[in-house]
Design a protein. Sequence first.
Length: 526
Amino acid sequence: MKYKGITANNIIVDENTSVNQLQAIITSDRVDLNDSLYIKNVNISNILRNDSLALNLKLANSDDANQLDLNGLVEFANDTTARVSILPSELKVNNEDWKIQEKVRINFHEGKTEITNFDLSNGNQLLTIDGTLSDDPKDLLLVGFKEFSLKTINPFVKAFGVQLAGNVNGETKLYNILKSPKISDNLKIDSLTFNNTHIGDLTDTSSYDRANNVANIFTNIVTTDRETLRAVGSLDLEKKEIDVKIKLDKSEVAVLEPFVNDLVSNLKGHISSNLTVTGPFEKPAINGEVSFDNAEVTVNYLKTRYKLNDQVDVENSIIRINDLKLLDVDDNEAIANGTVDLNNINTPTLDIDIDAKDFMALNTTEKDNPIYFGKAYGTGTFKFKGPTNNLFIDINAKTEKGTVFNLPLNSSETVSNKDFITFVSKDTTKVVKKATSFDGLTMRLKLEVDANSTANIYTTLGNLSGKGYSKNLALNINSLGDFEMSGDYIIESGSFDFTAQEIINKKFNIRQGALSGGLEIQQLLK
């Protein structure tokens, strides 16, 4: 059964009557609210007797992490007034038990809904609702919070890469909800923690006026008696325009992680800024300056960690990078220049050139990238061009001491492990593309390898490990993960562990041109 986009599946209605009452039990094994949100195992039990209706609503199984067991009584009066009483009920969120008290009363009269003494509690945590829902601008609905832990909502924000902690206290006032809502906040979050980083104490006194269709923003964060964030301005929902000023004073840079987690992660350190955000929602103009104080980021694809203490300017939503200094974990230096275009905020466009010396450019394991992996230091030019969902990386560099490069040439797949067929839900013809670590990314590398670098090459004949050099090694990778390598790599010294189906196991020491056992390398590889 479908109604306004909501679909109830496998509905069963069990109804019986007697002289004194009518009983109806309705069940559905799954109710789809939209494409990604659903409720399973819905059970509604109703008993109508005389002038009252007793009801019980159960959602999910008794052993699920999130579930509801709601009991209520609806009493009907002769003047079309109905009064709803919530009987002792339970709500479980993320395996935490919440109680709905018996004293809750809900009255329906003359188009108004009056809610009295709604208390949802879990230990010291309390959520309260009192007031009236109506189209009268004088009627108020008050939502209160007392020691409400933000950890409660983590299961619902986990998909966005967000983990919260802190306690909410205060209230939200809602006027004229059914016609022209007016909303005002007076909320405080004590010890706000974002992705395991302590942010500070947040205060929000923002408001919304439906008559003018404008939201007024006022939010600030205080950390150790210093205001680290202030956001003041307005959102014109009629014109769909924003006008907000944002000031950061050594705020935790971790708050930016949800916006940049496609490229970098594990953000640490502090950020300061003076920014204005004005214009239409779909393409606002961002202007101001941003400075970093002992900031650290990990580049996801390279697994390299960099530090920066510098400033960038933002002009018409374009970040201008001029001689930005980056340090790797060994304090080797690289200088970046270029731009980051934020006009398409979901997929920023990069145009960045980095000049590096003895700089860590790779720090991956086989788990990160089975095609090639290792630790690499380089001197040269690193270029990043294009939008983040179609990024091109161009590297022209010379390897430096400490580089260890691993290249598996012995990987294989069996039919049983290959995803030739991907099953999707019925009634759809969508083709599901299997994700790879190279989705939206292409690379071109031109490398000069010096004799201080180590190469480990894994083949079906054995493992080759040695030091050597190359003047013309080229590697190309497309967004499908196809890997091409060309050029000469001359091994000056090393070893080769020769294996033949585990029948022959022999280790050879290598010097340029020959093995110590007297066999030419070319003969062996034939």
